[in-house]
Design a protein around this ligand. Structure first.
Ligand code: AMP
Ligand code: GLY
Length: 415
């Protein structure tokens, strides 16, 4: 099977790594990719947001499957363009991807499906914003309606900051604050059958102890030793299946990866958000534990044959990933700094620990930083303690001037 992956982050590197380990995959391509993905796949300098260009590349390569990684191409209709060219594509249609592309749409789908989520108001004027903030009280949760690369949400007890964020957004969703630990649960779906993956937890704040600004994600781990073993079945029944059924009923079936961001509150599970693609960095740890070859799973979702797939097989190992980010991430990340130590990780820590690249590119013989999140250092182990040790050992071998990483990924869970 010839596979083309679209995107250029650590999630796409994780996808390419798993696909490269799948004996059914005979050729692996990625557009546009990064310096790390270049070692697993052949790169093509095609704009991920250009549906015609992606479909053209897939046709030229004779791809049997295209996997669209990030949300922006999905919301732009890239999966539709690939399917119109007659090529199976893993990733929802433009219309179904609105589940991530518009928080207001997601709320409407959840209301229709009876899915538990925070109570919310969609506001377009300052007066509506003031009224909604007043109705819920602090802490305030203010969300830009559209895509914002993980930076559209402000949670604050400062009313002025809440109002200021709302003013900068245009259409905004204001909602009830949800208390409790967060869980990311992914499901692969063909629009009908729904296959949940293993839950993971992501660390969204920049600094240790969950301090600092929200980011795209600074690390993740799986499994969650503290979670109720029935959680996955409960979320499948109350969240994932009803949402997939509702979108099919509306005539916009969702096929691809449905990502439920959940809060485990004292009153039960609530959806914080949906995403229409694999999460980053959770994918790095979830795929590290998946033993079933990946390509067949994604192809079955693309072809509508997921119900025929045998149950997924999982490793009992734990997995931890630690993100190394640029100086000044998430504000104005500095790029162009050389990354040293990648060979040392490959020499000393493989196969249990390995480096997945996010924002990197090759400059001559050097690999340099090219984005806010630069690397996602991933490790497996018999338990979270061992996986953490291995991940942080590998992190310590890498130097990148001015870089930052959290030192407490999976620390509490490991205890
Ligand atoms: P989102 O982009 O919707 O995932 O929001 C980013 C982060 O903001 C989430 O991972 C939560 O940590 C936080 N957040 C979003 N909505 C809420 C809420 N209703 N209550 C508490 N925290 C929230
Ligand atoms: N891990 C958060 C996200 O992918 O949106």
């Amino acid at each position: 099977m010839k596979v083309l992956v679209i995107g250029s982050g650590a999630r796409e590197h994780a996808l390419c790594r798993s696909l490269s380990l799948d004996p059914a995959v005979t050729a692996l391509h990625c557009a546009p990719g990064n310096a790390g993905i270049a070692e697993a796949a052949e790169l093509h300098p095609v704009d991920a947001l250009d549906g015609a260009a992606v479909a053209g590349l897939a046709r030229e390569l004779g791809a049997d499957l295209v996997v669209v990684g990030p949300e922006a191409p999905l919301v732009a209709g890239v999966a539709d363009a690939v399917r119109e060219a007659g090529i199976p594509c893993f990733g929802p249609s433009k219309e179904a991807a609105l589940l991530e592309g518009s928080k207001a749409f997601a709320k409407d789908v959840m209301a229709g499906a009876g899915v538990p989520t925070a109570r919310s108001y969609v506001c377009t004027t300052e007066a509506e914003v003031d009224e909604a903030l007043d109705a819920f009280g602090a802490p305030y949760v203010v969300k830009d309606d559209g895509l914002a690369a993980g930076k559209g949400v402000v949670v604050t007890s400062d009313i002025e900051q809440a109002k200021e964020h709302a003013r900068g957004c245009g259409r905004v969703v204001i909602e009830e604050f949800l208390d409790g630990p967060e869980v990311s649960l992914f499901a692969v779906t063909d629009g009908e059958a729904v296959v949940p993956l293993r839950p993971a937890q992501d660390f969204k704040r920049a600094l240790d102890g969950d301090e600092g600004p929200n980011t795209g994600g600074m690390g993740a781990y799986s499994p969650l030793p503290w979670a109720d073993p029935k959680l996955v079945d409960e979320v499948l029944d109350t969240v994932l299946r009803p949402t997939v059924d509702e979108l099919r009923r509306r005539g916009t079936p969702f096929a691809g990866l449905l990502y439920a961001g959940l809060a485990i509150t004292s009153r039960g599970v609530r959806v914080i958000e949906f995403n229409a693609r694999f999460g980053d960095p959770e994918t790095q740890v979830v795929l590290a534990r998946l033993e079933t070859p990946l390509a067949g799973v994604l192809l079955a979702a693309a072809n509508g044959t997921l119900a025929d797939l045998p149950p997924l097989r999982w490793s009992d190992d734990a997995a931890v990933t630690v993100v190394i980010a640029s100086h000044n991430y998430p504000d104005t990340p500095r790029t162009g700094d050389p990354i040293v130590g990648l060979d040392a990780v490959a020499a000393h820590d493989a196969p249990h620990a390995y480096v997945l690249h996010a924002g990197t590119k090759r400059e001559g013989d050097a690999v340099v930083s090219a984005g806010g999140r630069v690397l996602s250092v991933t490790a497996t182990g018999a338990d979270l303690t061992q996986a953490r040790e291995r991940a942080y050992t590998a992190v310590s071998r890498i130097s990148l001037d001015g870089s930052q990483h959290r030192t407490d990924i999976a620390e509490r869970a490991a205890e």
